[in-house]
Design a protein around this ligand. Sequence first.
Ligand SMILES: [Zn+2]
Length: 91
Amino acid sequence: MATIVDDHVMVCDDCLMLIANDDATGLDHFLDEASAAARERELHDAIAAAQRDGNYLVVGDSDQNEEFSTSSCDCCQTHLAGSRHHCVLMG
Ligand SMILES: [Zn+2]
């Protein structure tokens, strides 16, 4: 039975895209091909690290999203200000 490991993981747009859809193609809209590929690797690594020990991230409660935040992403640690999306780490 799944249990909640961390019920307040706030992630950036990029991480959410991968957590929700396993899709990083949106990165191409902002970055050139090489930068997008590097960023995608970074995101995959960050998410893999967050999901170590068999835990996994799921999209949480959108009511808890922050439209604009300057806190770092809990997943990839980016400091870029922007929206943060609520996720839950299950184990
Ligand atoms: Zn992130």
